[in-house]
Design a protein around this ligand. Structure first.
Ligand SMILES: *Cc1c(COP(=O)(O)O)cnc(C)c1O
Length: 227
């Protein structure tokens, strides 16, 4: 069933858009099934869960961290993570840089922008993002590579509102690319769209969709409580 779901989602993606299979709260056997169906990019949002799964699954998996990341946990991901989607402060970016340096790696990161009308979502507001980039410290962080932006739309049934938010995100992406990364081919990713709204995101220039429940089904939130 997971393989069928995966192929159904993949069949809707145009060329140039990659699928991050969001496997948080799903057991290793579910990821294994998606892996055997050809999926190589997985997204997780809890550090310990990701570290445990990474140890058990094949080494050619590209692990993306998509959740809110605490600075004190960066060190656990730094040795292997392929992309950190939700960098929401300069402090976090600096810590990723520090840990990447220790591992002699360059870690690709996306800056999370907060557009949704929800208090609970993390990220830079557009003005905070402009200020952070303008201030310039990020340029000195040689062990992180800012590879684009990430955003989450408001959790709503209002398709027009979601479309408006993705439109705004795409505009800010173009602005930031034009101002700070005009000649940087690595600044190319716009991570937006989840199971409920990725089809809308596809119409607004997403390059990475983060789809979980449409592939793996409902999440079992008791997984973390097991001994
Ligand atoms: C859980 C999660 C997803 C996937 O959500 P689904 O609705 O299951 O597709 C995508 N992005 C982030 C940041 C998430 O935390």
């Amino acid at each position: 069933m997971i393989a069928d779901n995966l192929h159904r989602v993949l069949s809707t993606l145009p060329q140039g858009v990659r699928l991050v299979a969001v496997s948080k709260f799903h057991p290793v056997c579910a990821l294994q099934e998606a892996y055997e169906a050809g999926q190589r990019v997985f997204g997780e949002s809890h550090v310990q869960e990701l570290v445990e799964k990474e140890a058990l699954l094949p080494k050619d998996i590209e692990w993306h961290f998509i959740g809110h990341l605490q600075t004190n946990k960066v060190k656990y991901l730094a040795p292997f993570v392929s992309l950190i989607h939700a960098v929401d402060s300069l402090k976090l970016l600096k810590e990723i840089n520090r840990q990447a340096e220790r591992c002699q790696r360059i870690i690709p990161c996306l800056l999370q922008i907060h557009i949704a009308q929800e208090e609970t979502k993390f990220g830079f507001t557009p003005d905070e993002l402009r200020q952070m980039l303008c201030e310039g410290t990020w340029c000195e962080l040689k062990s992180v590579q800012i590879a684009g932006l990430m955003c989450m739309a408001t959790n709503t049934d209002d398709q027009q509102q979601i479309a408006n938010e993705f439109t705004q995100a795409a505009q800010i992406f173009q602005e930031v690319k034009g101002t700070y990364f005009p000649d940087d081919k690595a600044f190319c990713e716009l991570s937006m769209g989840m199971s409920g709204d990725y089809l809308i995101a596809l119409q607004h220039g997403t390059t990475l969709v983060r789809v979980g429940s449409m592939i793996f089904g409902e999440r079992d939130y008791s997984i973390h409580k097991q001994p």
